[in-house]
Design a protein. Sequence first.
Length: 591
Amino acid sequence: MPNALKLGLCLWMLPALCHAWWNDDWDSHRQIAVDAAATGADIRETLNDVPLLVRLHAGNFGFFAELAENGRDLRFLKDDKTPLVYDVEQIDVLSEIGLVWVKLPQVRGGVSSDDFWLYYGNANAPDGSDPKNLYDVAQGLVYHFKDGEALPRDATAYGSHAADSKATVQAAGWIGAAAQFSGAGPILINPAPQLAIAPDKGWTFSAWLKIDQPQNGASLLEAREAGNGIDLSIQGSALSAKWANGAVPVSVNLALGRWQHVAVTVKADQLLLFVDGVPVGNAAISPTAVNPAIVIGRNLVGLLDEVQIAATARSADWLKLSFRSQSPDFSVLSYGQDETNSSGDGHFMVIVQNVTVDGWVVIGLTLTMLIVAVLVMVSKTLVINRVSKDNRAFLEKYRQLDPNKLSALDQDETSEEQALADSDLLTALVGKHDHFQSSTLYHLYHTAIHELSKLQGGDGQAVTREAWDYLRVKLDSQIVTESQRLNSNMVLLTIAIAGGPFLGLLGTVVGVMITFAAIAASGDVNINAIAPGIAAALLATVAGLAVAIPALFAYNYLLTRIKDITASMRVFSDEFLAVLAMRAAQAQRGA
């Protein structure tokens, strides 16, 4: 039983601390999560062998001073024993900027829970960068444009270095340094097998581009052999891509003054153009196999960064992931807290190992309370959100009603709706909302309309004073019923708030008593004998507070929203009765 509770506690309170340590020579590590779902990269395809950019800065990594020179002690692991290939492009301790490319074996589309680990803090570590194995075999060229390079140098194992270049390197690029073009001349790259265009495999060119002014016949890319190949040109702010044998070009307007990710792919008999990871056009072509000489940036006035060429057609999801992961505007990567390997299992595991059986019982009870409290918090939040949404929708329709047709919104519930009516959560999650089934205001309206239909005259016409009093009582009763439903199970949060700390304190007191009893029996009174037991006993109090604190915040938040909904019901009840009374008075005067 204690072992199971230890595992549960690790998963519940501090999951990262229970992660096995890869190598004790490294002092620190932190978790990096990869979000390929709609909140991050927003891709659906599972991609393999993807180089992802890890941007380190003062906002997500405050330990640049602890790194070895040039970040040679950095290591990346998929788990506690699977190293990942990586390449450090830049580590600047003074400006606290780090750019590291990490090769992930797999990025699962639509999944936000994949992760890997960053290790650092080993002054004696050798440099672990391995740029030659960072890219897959299809990647024929990658130019990072590092500061100090006279000619752009290829980061892949192929060594597709530039033959000539009139571009200069500017230190402040999009990803580290960038190539600056003044119109004086392009970058020239000799033909090579790894850069050849094969229709059956496809071909991809991508780069980050920034232009501050309209271009006069600039050529971003020429990849031709004997007049056949790909042209990517800019006229004004219009970017056009075409197969050089005369196919109709694909064109899109670029934004001036900001960095944009541009890509073009040859895929079977199609030429596709992408901007910022989004396909913006395609054209039917008849490609042939060519081994082109490549010209980049002829007559261009602007900046280029991260120029890449692959002898395969990269998918739309690959290009979207490249764009979003390299742009700080998207949260594809998120960073966990720094954790230190201070001694063996770490301080937390020392505490866990010294918790007594009674302590585990208390912690198990608090864990149960936490699960119940979380279920109440989540379910109540879903129900209240649905009620608020349906109330807004109902009020919008209600205020558009003809005063002479106040019952127009009323509908009888189906048998399916009646079956769900007893559960607010099921109604909110799977119920229909075509006539405001979760709206408390609609329930008041429905009650009033149905009660009026039972009274003589209907819709408030020729209704006696006693009937009005009866209708008010029915609406007040409905308000009380709705309030009780909204407040149901809230008592469980109050129990967690009040009972969690006391239960934790009980575990702490009992643990301290056992610790001192053991000391009295052994006669050993040194601090090393006392400290582990006291620390373990205090863990029960921490567990109790971990239950009470979130429950307290959630309770006050939910209670405030319930009070707002209740106040809205009372206002609507008074307002609706006033409208009915006014209509009744008008009807009597007309009679």
